[in-house]
Design a protein around this ligand. Sequence first.
Ligand SMILES: O=C[C@H](O)[C@H](O)[C@H](O)COP(=O)(O)O
Length: 257
Amino acid sequence: MSKPLSAIEAAKRLAAYTAVDHHIFPQHRVIGIGSGSTVPYVVERIVAQGQEANRHRVFIPTGFQSKNLIVDAGLVLGDIEQFPNIDVTIDGADEVDDHLNCIKGGGGCQYREKVLAEAATTFVLVADYRKKSLVLGTTWHHGVPLELVPFGYARVLQRLVALGAQPSVTLRMAGAAKAGPVVSDNGNFIVDAIFPEERMRHPTELLKELKGLTGIVEVGLFCGMAKAAYFGNEDGSVTIRKVDGSVEEVAAVHNDE
Ligand SMILES: O=C[C@H](O)[C@H](O)[C@H](O)COP(=O)(O)O
């Protein structure tokens, strides 16, 4: 018998399963698969729709991890170059506010994730209950993930501080498994910039300013992109925040599957 899931894993699974049930329909042919620890449950639920449903579909990954998820699940792998228009992309998030703005990039995948979010007719977020917040930066304390070109990165760090980032801003380092900086799937560096609350209260403005810095490839602030966010709760329910501002609570029906 498989080990029971922890409360957090169960919440991730609830969010992912419910989002797939609500957004991935038989007519959807091109599906974007995001990155992180919640997305495997998205793939699991899609596979459960059966071979017939998935036979004519193609799945576009946001990075190395999701590519493996798609291949290992026996789904058809596609490329954003071949399929620049996606029906639905489902992805995880590090923190989501009431307006569905979010921080992404905890796994360093924000560039490809944003490409797939933009390419999708419908972009949906899935997360556990810890990721809900009113102001970004309240529950995710690691800062805004930024992908930047290695050449001239020290200059970008200085400019981030001028925009209000904590002076301690540095490259994300790989840790024990490899000496040196984390290198993204695109061969770039990642920086986590912590900004004060007054800056984080206006994520769209901050995003614009960060995108204006030479050397920054992409910013892990996704503003005004998601149609809905699904949060799995500890009590087995799912909170759905929608783009029109409405909030729905649904009881899960698949917790023990
Ligand atoms: O770069 C990583 C992505 O933005 C992830 O989607 C994000 O970090 C959320 O991951 P998780 O589902 O593991 O919390």
